[in-house]
Design a protein around this ligand. Structure first.
Ligand code: KG4
Ligand code: ZN
Length: 316
């Protein structure tokens, strides 16, 4: 009915990345007005709601604590159930909001700023991790290279835009070598891009930024698509879902679209605003949490390194 975002990108861009202490303070300052705005846009009042959902992790502790403390007090004051949500699971749930036909079981590629994983979503919507990155996430690698190319934080979307007008065969990057069939590795790719840029800078060579962006994007997205398609095919999945901020990437959307159509399977990709961090996906995850009876008491705490494998109410 409404999904409001208080973006802090402008504040952190000045520093080239997220400053945790500033993030916490910004959360404290924004939360009350944001909730008011969500009610206003939805045209409902506190009497109309059934439950309060909150992200309990993973993420920055100060930001999580702001949400958890606020949600506990709010749920308690209204006598409503409090539903804790795993942020990464929330990303997957964006697909349930965007598509009526996205029913488990299916395979999902999760690529956010901090995570890259291939998961299987079972009939009960429980997530089983099949593979993940052994080092950096795809988003981290894209952001780091974008930053060196001179794009402001967060560079991923800017690099994506620049890449559209670049020659993706201008630079060659090594294909990541990973033992696990569904695991990823992006640090080698990132380091090779950073050293190449460094060498060119030392030689005084001019970098064709768009070509570099296009070539690097092709290498990162290529690794994601290859593993995701292998996974969907091995498991005989009827569809592949994408989730997380990197799922807003144009090339990832186009390449998975092509590959799924060739493989004759369904592709679910939420519209970009539901791929990057948003409140609706947390509400979507909480809907199923409420049905399962995952209701938290007042001892709920923030879990900065909450694993995708952790099930509530167990501690990770
Ligand atoms: O899921 P998300 O919004 O936040 C986290 O939970 O981390 O993901 C943010 C990540 C950042 O690395 C950002 O650069 C990346 O998603 N991202 C993109 C695009 N839009 C956002 N990466 C590539 N292409 C995009 N269009
Ligand atoms: Zn996220």
């Amino acid at each position: 009915m409404s999904s409001e975002i208080a973006s802090q990108i402008g504040v952190h861009a000045e520093y080239g990345g997220v400053v945790p202490e500033i993030a916490s303070r910004e959360h404290v300052g924004a939360i009350d007005c944001l909730v008011d705005r969500a009610y206003e846009r939805a045209g409902v009042t506190p009497n109309d709601i059934d439950a309060v959902a909150v992200t309990r992790g993973p993420g920055l502790v100060g930001a999580l604590l702001t949400g958890v403390s606020w949600a506990k007090a709010y749920a308690w004051s209204l006598g409503l159930p409090l539903i804790p949500v795993n942020h990464i699971e929330g990303h997957v749930c964006a697909n349930y909001i965007a598509f009526d036909d996205c029913d488990p079981p299916f395979v999902c590629l999760i690529a956010s700023g901090g995570h890259t994983a291939l998961v299987s979503v079972g009939e009960d919507r429980a997530i089983e991790v099949l593979g993940e990155t052994l080092d950096d996430s795809a988003g981290e690698a894209l952001d780091k290279v974008a930053r060196i190319l001179g794009y402001p934080y967060p560079g991923g979307p800017r690099l994506d835009e620049a890449a559209e007008a670049g020659d993706d065969s201008a630079f060659a990057f090594p294909k990541p070598k990973v033992e696990g069939r569904y695991d990823f590795s992006f640090s080698g790719l990132k380091t090779s891009a950073v050293s190449l840029l460094d060498r060119m800078a030392r030689r005084g060579e001019e970098v064709r930024v768009r070509d570099f962006a296009a070539s690097f994007r092709k290498a990162v997205i290529g690794a994601l698509v290859e593993k995701a398609m292998a996974c969907a095919s091995d498991r005989g999945s009827r569809g592949l879902a994408l989730a997380g901020g990197v799922a807003a990437n144009r090339l990832l959307r186009a390449e998975t679209g092509r590959a799924c159509s060739d493989a004759g399977i369904r592709l679910w990709v939420p519209p970009p605003p539901l791929c990057t961090d948003n409140a609706a996906m947390i509400g979507g995850a909480a809907f199923y949490g409420l049905l399962r009876g995952d209701i938290a008491d007042m001892s709920l705490n923030a879990e900065p390194s909450l694993s995708l494998r952790a099930r509530f109410p167990n501690v990770p």
